[in-house]
Design a protein around this ligand. Structure first.
Ligand code: CA
Length: 229
């Protein structure tokens, strides 16, 4: 764990006290400092004043909702924002709004997973990307991915899929986007085909990075790449 993530200050904007407190407990156990705000109208002011390292932002809030808060914050800050939503279908709508949020998490979530994703987002936004990506390199000519100086051979589909995610760390690609980019002739391919390619790809990557997740599934939305620590 890098020192800057260990001391990061996380703001939780959430009006359900039990959810907020559970998340806080998990984050504090991971050495973060945490503040909870339950009223949407108070969030922007707090963020301007205290400059948190990352914001966990619920969508439905009293007085001002998560979408408006996200838009306002983006006018003065690039602080990482992770949106929490109650419905999977909302993620699609939010992605379409291009709010500039860094991640989307659907309730009910496992607090452990939220903490892992907080760390991943902080790692990506705080570290310089070229440096962290150096652990993984792609060779377009040989369709090989090089992880920790070991070559891993991929199939053409696996390579195209991985390089699409890899080139834009943190960006969520829907299965549909992946299908249309990986299959140029757009054959009839089902969602499950993509899932099974991802599964094989993960297995190959894990031979070199057994304890790291680099391809994340975003439930109901698609897949994304986060550079390893
Ligand atoms: Ca709420």
């Amino acid at each position: 764990m890098k020192p800057q993530t260990a001391t990061a200050h996380i703001l939780i904007v959430e009006d359900e006290p039990e959810l907020a407190e559970l998340l806080r407990d998990y984050l504090v156990a991971s050495s973060f400092t945490v503040e909870i705000i339950n009223d949407g109208a108070l969030a922007v002011n707090y963020i301007q004043k205290h400059k948190p390292s990352l914001i966990l932002l619920d969508l439905m809030l009293p007085n001002k909702d998560g979408v408006d808060i996200c838009k306002e914050v983006r006018q003065f800050s690039a602080v990482p924002i992770m949106m929490l939503t109650a419905r999977i279908e909302e993620i699609d709508r939010l992605l379409g709004l291009e709010l500039g949020a860094d991640d989307y998490i659907c309730k009910p979530y496992s607090p452990r997973e939220v903490v892992a994703r907080v760390k991943a987002v902080l790692r990506r936004t705080q570290a310089s990307i070229p440096l962290t990506q150096h652990l993984i390199d792609l060779d377009e000519k040989t369709l090989k991915v090089c992880i920790k100086s070991a070559d891993i051979e991929l199939t053409l589909v696996e390579f195209q899929l991985f390089s699409m995610l890899y080139k834009e760390p943190g960006r969520i690609f829907s299965r549909e986007q992946i299908m249309s980019s990986v299959y140029s002739d757009y054959r009839v391919v089902s969602d499950r085909t993509i899932d099974s390619h991802v599964k094989k790809l993960r297995k190959k990557i894990q031979t070199q990075l057994p304890d790291e997740e680099v391809i994340y599934s975003v439930y109901g939305a698609g897949y994304k790449f986060e550079p390893p620590a």
